[in-house]
Design a protein around this ligand. Structure first.
Ligand code: SAJ
Length: 418
C-alpha cells in the first residue's frame, strides 16, 4: 500500500511519519522546496516532541520520501492550512489547490481524504468539483472522506494513536475505507458518519473551547471587580461533576481555536451570535492585558517603563507563534509608549523584533515581568536570582507562577482575574 500526503506541516508530517513507521509507503508533498529538502535531510522545520526520532526512522527505512509534486498512490491525504482572510471568511484556496494538484494522479479505486479543519460542506463544495475532473465517478470509482485531525501540539504522537477519530465519507464505502486505513495505527475508536457531519463535529469541538474560554475571560474581568481570585473560583466550580470551566488568559492563539469558530460565524450569521461574541471577547484580551499592565505601572507611579514579556508562543511548551496573543499584547504595549523586550526559551531564533535569547538581558532594568505563556521553564524560575530589574513587579496572566515564592522574593505580584 502507498499513500501520498499533501502538506507536510504540523499535522501532515507527523501523520506521514506515523504511517511510514507502520509499514506503509508514504510520499510526502509540500509546495515549499525548503520544507521538502529539510525533510529529505531529516531536519525538522517544526518542533514536536518525538518527531525527530520518528522522522529519522521513516527516512532511513525508505518508507518516507518527499517532493514538491504528488505521485500515484492508493490513498491521498490532504493536510494543508485553512486559514481565515482578514475579513474573517474562510480561505479555502490551499484545500482547492491541493485537491487540484492530485487530480492528474488519482486512479480508479483510490481514496482521497481531507484532514484539514474546514467549514462544513467544504468537501462537497470545494473538493468534489475538482475531483470530478478525474473523470471518475465519486463514491464508486473514487472514494472521498473527511477525517479531521484532533491532536494537540506538544502531544501529537500520543493523541494521534490514542484519540478517537471521526471519519465522514461522501458515502458509506468511502468512510469504511478511510477507517480501515487509519486502523493501521489508531488505537482509539474510529466513528463513522457522513462528510458534512464530520466537518461540523471538528469545528464544534474547537468552538466549544473558544466559547468556554470567552466565558472564563468574562468571569476573570468580573472577579477583578469583586476582589475574587477567578482561578480559585474556577477550580472550586470544576469540582462539580457536570462543570468544566476553562481558564482565562491574555487571548486565544494558535491556528485552530482562534480561527475555526469564524467558519460557523460565516455560515450562521445572526444564528451564530454566541460564537461571534466569544470570538470578540477573546480577541479583546490582549488589549485588556496591556491596559492592566499600564494600570499596574501607573499605580506604582512608574513612567517610561520597560516591560519584559515572558512567552511569545501561543501556548505553553510549544515553539509556535502563529496567531499568538503575545504579538498583539506587545503591539498594544508599544502603542502605550512602553519599551518592550521579550524572551521565550522555546523560540530559538529571534522571530520578534523585541526578542532576546537571554533571560538576563530581558530582565535588565525592567520594571515589570509580564508572563503571557505558561512554559514549564517559567514555573521553575527562582525569582531570588533576578537581581538586575529596576522595579520588582510581576504580572502573571496564566496563573503559572507561585504567588508565595515571588512575594517571598520581594516581588509585587499581580494575577489576571484576581
Ligand atoms: N487557552 C486559554 N484557556 C484555556 C485553554 C486554552 O486561554 O483554558 C488558550 C491557549 O493559551 C491557546 C489557545 O487557547 O492560546 C488554544 O490552545 P488549546 O490548547 O486549547 O488548543 P490548540 O489550538 O493547541 O489545539 C486545539 C485542540 N482542540 C481541542 O482541544 C478541542 C486540538 O485537539 C485540535 O486538534 C487543534 O485545536 C486543531 O488542530 O484543531
Amino acid at each position: 500500500k502507498k499513500i501520498c500526503v499533501v502538506g507536510l506541516g504540523y499535522i501532515g508530517l507527523p501523520t506521514a511519519v506515523t504511517f511510514a513507521n507502520h509499514g506503509i509507503k508514504v510520499h510526502g508533498v509540500d509546495v515549499s522546496q525548503a520544507a521538502v529538502e529539510s525533510i529529505q535531510n531529516k531536519k525538522l522545520h517544526i518542533e514536536e516532541p518525538g518527531l525527530q526520532e520518528r522522522l529519522d526512522k521513516a527516512v532511513d527505512s525508505g518508507f518516507l520520501t518527499a517532493a514538491t509534486t504528488p505521485e500515484e498512490a492508493d490513498a491521498f491525504i490532504i493536510a494543508v492550512p485553512s486559514p481565515i482572510n482578514p475579513d474573517k471568511t474562510a480561505n479555502l484556496e490551499y484545500v482547492r489547490q491541493a485537491t487540484a494538484s492530485i487530480v492528474p494522479y488519482v486512479k480508479k479505486g483510490n481514496l482521497v481524504i481531507l484532514e484539514s479543519t474546514v467549514p462544513p460542506k467544504t468537501v462537497e463544495r470545494i473538493m468534489l468539483p475538482e475531483l470530478v475532473k478525474t473523470g471518475l465517478e465519486i463514491g464508486t470509482e473514487i472514494y472521498v472522506s473527511h477525517s479531521p485531525e484532533r491532536v494537540i501540539p506538544g502531544k501529537i504522537f500520543e493523541e494521534l494513536i490514542n484519540n478517537d477519530r471521526i471519519v465522514g465519507g461522501v458515502n458509506k464505502e468511502s468512510a469504511e475505507l478511510t477507517k480501515e486505513l487509519y486502523e493501521t495505527f489508531v488505537q482509539g475508536t474510529i466513528h463513522i458518519t457522513d462528510a458534512t457531519t464530520a466537518e461540523l463535529v471538528k469545528v464544534m469541538e474547537n468552538t466549544y473551547r473558544d466559547v468556554n474560554i470567552a466565558f472564563a475571560n468574562e468571569l476573570a474581568k468580573l472577579a477583578e471587580k469583586l476582589d475574587v481570585n477567578i482561578w480559585e473560583a474556577i477550580k472550586f466550580a470544576n469540582f462539580h461533576p457536570r462543570v468544566n470551566v476553562h481558564f482565562p488568559g491574555p487571548g486565544v492563539g494558535g491556528h485552530c481555536i482562534a480561527v475555526d469558530p469564524w467558519f460557523l460565524v460565516e455560515l450562521g450569521g445572526d444564528t451564530a451570535a454566541i460564537i461571534n461574541m466569544s470570538r470578540h471577547t477573546n480577541d479583546s484580551m490582549p488589549h485588556f492585558t496591556a491596559q492592566k499592565t499600564q494600570a499596574i505601572l501607573n499605580q506604582n507611579k512608574i513612567a517610561g517603563a520597560k516591560v519584559a514579556v515572558l512567552g511569545l508562543a501561543f501556548k505553553g511548551n510549544v515553539d509556535d507563534m502563529r496567531e499568538s496573543p503575545s504579538t498583539e499584547v506587545i503591539e498594544q504595549l508599544q502603542e502605550l509608549g512602553l519599551e518592550v523586550i521579550s524572551f521565550d526559551p522555546h523560540i530559538k531564533e529571534n522571530k520578534h523584533a523585541t526578542q532576546t535569547q537571554s533571560f538576563e538581558e530581558a530582565t535588565k532594568d525592567a520594571d515589570i515581568l509580564l508572563v503571557l505563556t505558561d512554559h514549564n521553564e517559567f514555573k521553575t524560575y527562582a525569582p531570588t536570582t533576578i537581581q538586575n530589574m529596576r522595579n520588582k513587579i510581576v504580572f502573571d496572566t496564566k496563573n503559572c507562577l507561585s504567588r508565595e515564592t515571588w512575594q517571598n522574593a520581594d516581588f509585587q505580584y499581580h494575577l489576571l482575574g484576581d
